[in-house]
Design a protein around this ligand. Structure first.
Ligand SMILES: [Zn+2]
Ligand SMILES: [Zn+2]
Length: 214
């Protein structure tokens, strides 16, 4: 295997994507384009071209996915269409399991900060998303405040519920929505272990002081 796509919200979404990639002539998203292998193309280049079209179609074009070269020495040039896919992050090398430590000492946790947009308190982690440039900025937001701001800026507020990407209103760092949600999921898992296993009081309102982002 030379490359993989990862970062799907769940395994059903990943399997659907894989099926469409392998069956471009049957996939509802691709069959009308009638993709055919060009004589000059290698089978792999043809697969990359199918992939570019797939990542440009619904619902994949609204997901924060990662394209990873597992063996960077096999990296080839992407089809032109691929270079316009700003929601896809390119990565290299094997996937590292990003382990997150669950601190045992309550002193190693801190409270959620007020929302940097509406200035009101954020009551639990399930309402929280964090700026991804945490070491510089560290802003906290209500999930709906940041989504609304980003959708308003991209003029999608009337048509979409979930943004694809945006900017932090304080430090102007860019983020992809999928990465914010992944960070929130990690914080929720930590708080569950902290509350249930370590009996840390109010764990659903606390985040580890040194937790990494992304
Ligand atoms: Zn807010
Ligand atoms: Zn920020």
């Amino acid at each position: 295997m030379v490359c993989i796509i990862h970062g799907f919200p769940n395994s059903v979404s990943a399997l659907r994507f894989e099926w469409a990639w392998q069956n471009p002539d049957k996939s509802r998203r691709l069959r009308d384009i009638k993709l055919k292998k060009d004589k000059k193309e290698s089978p792999f280049q043809f697969r990359l071209r199918i992939l570019s079209n797939l990542l440009n179609s619904d619902p994949w074009k609204r997901l924060s996915l990662n394209f990873r070269w597992l063996m960077p020495e096999y990296e080839t040039q992407f089809p032109e269409k691929f270079n316009n896919l700003t929601h896809i992050e390119r990565k290299f090398g094997l996937v590292q399991k990003e382990g997150e430590m669950v601190p045992k000492d309550p002193q190693d946790y801190e409270s959620i900060k007020p929302c940097s947009i509406c200035k009101n308190n954020i009551s639990t982690i399930s309402e929280l998303v964090r700026c991804q440039t945490k070491n510089i900025c560290g802003s906290h937001f209500h999930i709906y405040c940041l989504a609304k701001k980003a959708l308003t800026e991209s003029k999608e507020f009337d048509t979409c519920l979930i943004p694809i990407k945006g900017r932090c209103p304080r430090c102007f760092g860019t983020w992809r929505w999928g990465d914010l949600i992944q960070d929130q999921r990690t914080l929720i898992q930590i708080s569950q272990i902290a509350g249930e296993n370590l009996k840390i009081f109010n764990a659903e309102k606390l985040i580890p002081k040194n937790s990494t982002v992304g």
